[in-house]
Design a protein around this ligand. Sequence first.
Ligand SMILES: Nc1ncnc2c1ncn2[C@@H]1O[C@H](COP(=O)(O)OP(=O)(O)OP(=O)(O)O)[C@@H](O)[C@H]1O
Length: 382
Amino acid sequence: MKSSRVQGKMEQRLAENIEALLADRGIPGSVERQWGRLVIRETDPDAAADAASDAFGVVSASPARSVTPEMDDITGVLAETARDAYTEGAFAVDARRAGEHDFTSEDVGRVGGQAVWEAVEDAFDPEVDLDDPDVTFSVEVRAEEAFVFLENREGPGGLPLGTQNPLVALVSGGIDSPVAAYLGMKRGAPIIPVYLDLGPFGGPDHEARAVETVRRLADFAPNYDMTVRRVAAGEYAQRLHDEVGKTRMLSYRRFMYMVAEEIAHETGAVGIVTGEAIGQKSSQTTTNLGVVDRATSLPVHRPLLTMDKQEIIALARDLDTYRDSTMNVGCERLAPNSPETKGSHAATIDAEPDALPEWARAAAQSATTIDPRGELGEVDAR
Ligand SMILES: Nc1ncnc2c1ncn2[C@@H]1O[C@H](COP(=O)(O)OP(=O)(O)OP(=O)(O)O)[C@@H](O)[C@H]1O
């Protein structure tokens, strides 16, 4: 869907990201760009395919054998692959071709299928099923080279990281926000993780969980800075608790977005990503989301907006950011007994301290940083 110039740039970025993933995991290999494909050469194909299938923008990765684009060579490698890997079931040869050759992709399917059959018919009882095969021998023939492979390891899809401007990700140490941050990354946006320490209103291991989940996200982005901004917000949470009634949680959210906006301005981020979903909490009703949005001029992105908790948990499990927790989350204690579910902007502003934006500025300015890749997260004063 992209122009060739944009596609070229995106592929270049993807190649760099995959090289970083390989280097980070100690896997040898050089990434070569071909149109619509990236080829990793001189590598451990298995490990490289795993690493590549973690790169945002990759649809699938296949450990493959490279061969000259001649029918004899292709069928030779197909026969060898079949002898190595085929044990049972119906098979198909799925061939694609681009460039000038003196055969068609149908020819490769037919002649290649014959070669596979002959390679295994003495030892097994092969069957062909082109519609629903158990084993697919894939062949991709290009102008200079052909590839033979058996597997497609699913990648995340999306767009290469770094092809969008960054977003501040509000990461709480809960289940949802790391999934939301991941989904922002999946669409190409690097993230600047921000954690608000709620002091007495936060659970004792929230910070550790927030840093731990960012560490996991950082595994997908070894060439990006994933420094966590830790904002001391306990004092302000306490004041909201003491001074604001029914609309307290709305003011707290507004405060959070204001902090995020300050950090966004400082870091060049162009939006905020959160783990909010419609109706998940009183502050996340459709009405209240509209009220809190007005605290910031930046767009608030909510990738989980319409997901059910079970869907979010399934994604968190896949990502390995899911931490089972029975801990009573801090926000519940901060919340009043009967929180507003149909807030109005005017009433919320009316009830909150006028100094809220100054609080947010002060809190953002005194943020400290935690390197999630450090030993148990290294804390530095900014
Ligand atoms: N202490 C915090 N630091 C940073 N962001 C936070 C914090 N608390 C909440 N948020 C942001 O606000 C969103 C909604 O808050 P909510 O109270 O539902 O969070 P939670 O249930 O504690 O955690 P999560 O939404 O990650 O499961 C979070 O997804 C996150 O983006």
